[in-house]
Design a protein around this ligand. Structure first.
Ligand code: GDP
Length: 348
C-alpha cells in the first residue's frame, strides 16, 4: 500500500504545483472556499507579503473570504514559556478534531522578527496535530512591528475560517503587548498557569487577569496534582476580588494535564458554556463588532505608517534627520515636524 500512497502524494503535489502557477485570484478564492490547504497556504502568503502588487490581491481574497459565513470560535491562549502551551494545543486540538471540528492554530510572536522564525506555533512541537488532516498550523508571521504581526494573523484567521476551520486557536507568549493584541481578536481568552508556592496571584500582570476568561493550571499530574488543586482554590478565591466582566461571565479556574490529556474535555465544555451564554445575551456579536471597529482603526494606522515609511523620499529624509538629532543639530520634535511637513507638501 505504501508505494501507492507515495505515488498518489507525488501526483497530487504535481497537480498542485501546476495549479499553483495558473491560479488567478478568483480560482484561488474558490480553492480556499473548498478547503484546499495548499490554496489556503498560498492565500496566507499573499496576506503576509509586504510587496505592493500582492496587496491588492490580498484585499480581494479577504473581501471574498469575509463574505463566507462561519460559525467559528476564536480562542486565545497565553502563558509563560514552558507552561505547556504547545503540549496543550496539541492535546486540545486533537480532542477537537476527534469530535469533528476543524482546527487552525495561529500564533502572535512579536519576537519572531528578531529570532528569524517563530518559537510559537512551531510545527515540530505539535507532532500529532501537524499530521491531522483537520488541523492547520501556521507559525507566527514575522514583521517589524507587533501591529504588523497582529494584522497578518487577523487576516490569516479570516482565510482559515473561509476554508472551513471552525475553531481558531491563537497562541502567544506573555511578553509586551502581544496578549492585548490576541485578546482583541478572540472570543475567549485562556491563560495557562503553573501551580506555584505562596500568593498565587503574584507574578501575574493585573491586566492579564482582567482579560482572561479562564485560568487553567496545567501540569496537574503526578506529584504536582495536589499542588495544582490547591492553586485552583487560591485562584478562585483571588478572582472573586475582581469585578465581574461586563458580559456577566465569571472567569473560571480549571486544572489539566496536557501531557496526560486530562481535563481537556472540561475546558472545551467550559468554552461552549461561555459561547452559549455570550450568544444568548448578544455579547458574542457585540464583541466581534467592537473588535471590527478597532480593526478598522488599526488597519488605517498600519497602512498610514507603511505608506509613510516605505516612501523613498521619506526614508532618505528620515535618515538625515536621525543623524541631525543624534548630533544635537535639531530637536526630535522639530525634526518630526520638518519631515511631516515635507511629506505633506509633496502630497498636496
Ligand atoms: P510552551 O513553551 O508553553 O509551549 O511549553 P511546552 O508545551 O513546550 O512544554 C514545556 C515542557 O513542559 C515540556 O517538556 C513538556 O513536555 C512539559 N509539559 C507540558 N505540559 C505538561 C503537563 O501537563 N504535565 C507535565 N508533567 N509536563 C508537561
Amino acid at each position: 500500500m505504501e508505494p501507492k500512497k507515495n505515488t498518489d502524494t507525488k501526483n497530487i503535489s504535481k497537480v498542485q504545483e501546476k495549479r499553483k502557477s495558473s491560479l488567478t485570484e478568483e480560482t484561488l478564492v474558490e480553492a480556499i472556499l473548498t478547503g484546499d490547504r495548499a490554496a489556503l497556504a498560498r492565500g496566507i502568503t499573499l496576506v503576509e507579503s509586504t510587496q505592493a502588487e500582492h496587496h491588492k490581491k490580498a484585499n480581494f481574497l479577504l473581501e471574498q473570504c469575509l463574505a463566507k459565513k462561519s460559525d467559528s470560535i476564536r480562542i486565545g491562549i497565553t502563558g509563560v514559556p514552558g507552561v505547556g502551551k504547545s503540549t496543550f494545543i496539541e492535546a486540545f486540538g486533537k480532542h477537537l478534531t476527534s469530535i469533528g471540528k476543524k482546527v487552525a492554530v495561529l500564533a502572535i510572536d512579536p519576537t519572531s522578527a528578531q529570532s528569524k522564525g517563530s518559537i510559537l506555533g512551531d510545527k515540530t512541537r505539535m507532532n500529532e496535530l501537524v499530521k491531522d488532516p483537520n488541523a492547520f498550523i501556521r507559525p507566527s508571521p514575522s514583521s517589524e512591528s507587533l501591529g504588523g504581526v497582529a494584522r497578518k494573523t487577523r487576516e490569516t484567521m479570516i482565510l482559515c475560517e473561509a476554508a472551513g476551520y471552525n475553531v481558531i486557536l491563537i497562541e502567544t507568549v506573555g511578553v509586551g503587548q502581544s496578549e492585548t493584541a490576541v485578546h482583541s481578536m478572540v472570543d475567549f481568552f485562556l491563560l495557562l498557569k503553573l501551580a506555584g508556592a505562596g500568593d498565587e496571584l503574584q507574578g501575574i500582570k493585573r491586566g492579564i487577569i482582567e482579560m482572561a476568561d479562564a485560568l487553567v493550571i496545567n501540569k496537574a499530574d503526578g506529584a504536582n496534582r495536589k499542588e495544582a488543586h490547591r492553586a485552583q482554590t487560591e485562584f478562585k478565591k483571588a478572582l472573586h476580588l475582581y469585578p465581574p466582566k461586563s458580559n456577566g461571565w465569571i472567569p473560571k479556574v480549571l486544572t489539566c494535564s496536557a501531557l496526560e490529556k486530562t481535563g481537556i474535555t472540561e475546558i472545551w465544555n467550559m468554552i461552549l458554556e461561555f459561547v452559549a451564554l455570550a450568544k444568548k445575551k448578544g455579547h458574542f456579536i457585540s464583541n466581534r463588532k467592537k473588535q471590527n471597529q478597532s480593526w478598522l482603526l488599526q488597519t488605517i494606522d498600519e497602512r498610514l505608517k507603511q505608506v509613510f515609511y516605505s516612501d523613498p523620499k521619506n526614508k532618505k529624509r528620515l535618515e538625515e534627520l536621525m543623524n541631525d538629532v543624534k548630533t544635537n543639530k535639531i530637536s526630535p520634535f522639530q525634526a518630526a515636524e520638518k519631515l511631516l511637513r515635507a511629506n505633506e507638501k509633496e502630497k498636496s
